[in-house]
Design a protein around this ligand. Structure first.
Ligand SMILES: Nc1nc2c(ncn2[C@@H]2O[C@H](COP(=O)(O)OP(=O)(O)OP(=O)(O)O)[C@@H](O)[C@H]2O)c(=O)[nH]1
Ligand SMILES: [Mg+2]
Ligand SMILES: [Mg+2]
Length: 526
């Protein structure tokens, strides 16, 4: 196949399988949620609606991915624990973390109105995610204890802080008053000054929420005499408890003991060397172009269910392009993007220090942002169609050490676009002309490019090269002078393209590239 010349770029992709018997946790956490909660006027210190929305998204995740057997969340974070025998996506870390964070994000966007009926989503919220692998069940126990401790102490601190602010203190004064303040003193302060018994505050605020499944008997059908036939089914429940890793609590949950194991001991102390491993992150090679490629999960089904036009739906592609433009506006270190079908490749500049080049932080932020944007923008592109279920995307990060190899990578994607589009165009024309799918397939088997050109013009009077350029060549997105982000279509395989657009891959002077986390993205941007 014509593809082979560029296919060598695949060898730059790396394996990231988490080996048995490690237990896998995916943890996600709101990106810049302080600002998000300000703009959406969340109640302080805790907003019940926002927490319920998080719980509802996590429940959707648990229902979507049966391998997740336990999850725990508070504030803007959630951890998902997979059963020990899970073979979800062959235990590939980047697949697991991006699918979960993507699905969670698009559920968050689609469910927003249910929890905040009076409030518009002003811009797409997004989440970071990472995989934590726990070598033993004891390590998992410490991990969960560590997160619940964080919930306890964060909440106590936040509660004190906002009571002080409400009583008239400035932010600085409140911070000063709480500096070096121990847990007991904070409890005292709440009680003495504000008459609040901390232990009486809602459990969800103090303890966080766990979701796990219990086996319940449900009626699946009725026999011919009208008697109910029951089966055991696993149903997720949201539970609040003081200590999620207490033996008394954990070992009583049959599903947890079966899928993860029972705890042997109580946690006496959170080991700092374990916490260090929970915080560890792989970094991508310096001075290489980082490409984040995202791809729609089961978009074959998604496009069928939503009745996309075949082989190309211009609106669906425009929606993808609009999301990609928003990504470039949000992440300033992305200099170029190329998209076709349900995929997009985002190129970060060579010396980017975005998220300290931590692979999972970068890929999760982009995938999550793209997913919420896709869900939020859907109605604009498909006003007549409801989004039937939340779409999700997977993502990976790959480093390319030179401009040349990067250009070959992009050429590889565009060659793929050519081959697939030409095939699909012929295939659907044959099908629309009355052939069965199997006949159309048979007709095209082993045909070369030239033969397909001829088939189209001979049988259907179609000149392939006159079809819309977006279908034939995909789309690229870049930043023009004055920072305007634009979509265009061109042959990016030819090196002349890169001569014409030579400034795209040129490094900026160091001082202009320091601050790159994010700026505000407005939803109305297109
Ligand atoms: N009808 C139609 N389908 C599209 C369009 N764009 C993408 N698709 C569908 O999305 C699929 C994308 O291919 P893949 O990414 O390889 O397949 P997938 O079904 O998403 O499966 P995974 O990516 O492995 O989860 C295509 O095969 C099409 O079925 C479109 O414009 N119109
Ligand atoms: Mg796909
Ligand atoms: Mg694809």
């Amino acid at each position: 196949m014509a593809n082979s010349k560029y296919e060598y770029v695949k060898s730059y992709e790396f394996e990231d399988e988490i080996m048995q018997p490690n237990l896998i946790v995916v943890r996600l956490d709101g990106r810049n949620f302080e600002r998000f909660s300000e703009i959406h006027e969340f109640e302080k210190p805790n907003d019940v609606r926002a927490l319920n929305l998080m719980n509802s998204c996590a429940t959707a995740v648990v229902e979507e991915y049966p391998d997740i057997v336990f999850s725990y969340g508070f504030d803007d974070e959630y951890s998902f624990v997979f059963k020990k025998t899970s073979n979800f996506y062959q235990r590939r870390a980047s697949k697991m973390l991006t699918l979960i964070v993507s699905f969670f994000s698009s559920v968050y966007a689609t469910k927003w109105k249910e929890f905040f009926p009076q409030k518009e989503l002003e811009y797409p919220p997004s989440f970071h995610a990472r995989v934590i692998s726990c070598a033993t069940l004891e390590v998992l126990q410490v991990y969960l204890a560590w997160r619940q401790n964080a919930c306890h102490s964060d909440n106590l601190c936040r509660t004190c802080f906002w009571m002080l602010i409400r009583s008239g203190k400035t932010i600085e004064e409140a911070k000063e008053a709480l500096k070096d303040c121990q847990k007991e003193e904070k409890n005292e302060l709440l009680f003495q000054r504000f008459g609040i018994n901390y232990k009486k505050l809602p459990e969800m605020f103090r303890q966080g929420s766990c979701i796990f499944k219990t086996e319940v008997e449900v009626v699946v059908k009725y026999d011919e005499h009208g008697n109910p036939i029951k089966r055991l089914r696993r149903k997720p429940n949201i539970v609040h408890t003081q200590n999620i890793v207490a033996k008394k609590f954990w070992n009583e949950q049959l599903v947890l003991v079966k899928e993860l194991g029972g705890f042997e001991d109580e946690i006496a102390k959170i080991k700092t060397e374990y916490v260090k491993s929970f915080l560890f992150e792989n970094k991508l090679l310096p001075s290489t172009y980082i490409v984040i490629r995202i791809d729609g999960c089961h978009f074959h089904r998604f496009s069928d269910i939503h009745g996309f036009e075949k082989p190309n739906d211009a609106q669906a592609l425009n929606l993808m392009n609009t999301c990609a433009v928003a990504v470039l506006k949000e992440f300033h270190d992305i200099v170029f993007a190329y998209g076709v079908s349900d995929e997009y490749s985002f190129v970060l500049r060579k010396n980017s220090q975005f998220n300290q080049r931590q692979a999972s932080q970068i890929v999760s932020a982009i995938v999550s942002f793209f997913s919420t944007m896709y869900a939020m923008k859907w109605k604009e592109f498909f006003p007549q169609k409801n989004l039937k279920y939340p779409p999700s995307f997977d993502g990976r990060a790959v480093c390319y050490p030179s401009e040349e190899i990067l250009q070959d990578y992009l050429a590889w994607r565009q060659v793929d676009c050519h081959i697939n589009n030409q095939y699909n165009t012929c295939f659907w024309m044959l099908v629309k002309s009355g052939k069965t799918k199997a006949e159309a397939q048979q007709c095209l088997k082993g045909t070369q490019t030239q033969e397909k050109y001829e088939l189209l013009s001979r049988q259907f009077g179609t000149d392939y090269s006159s079809l819309p350029v977006m279908f034939r060549q995909g789309s690229f997105v870049y930043r023009m002078k004055l920072q305007e982000v634009v979509v265009d279509h061109s042959n990016i395989i030819e090196r002349s393209f890169w001569k014409e657009y030579s400034s795209i891959l040129e490094e900026m002077p160091a001082h202009t590239s320091a601050a790159n986390e994010c700026t505000q993205t407005s939803v109305s941007a297109s």
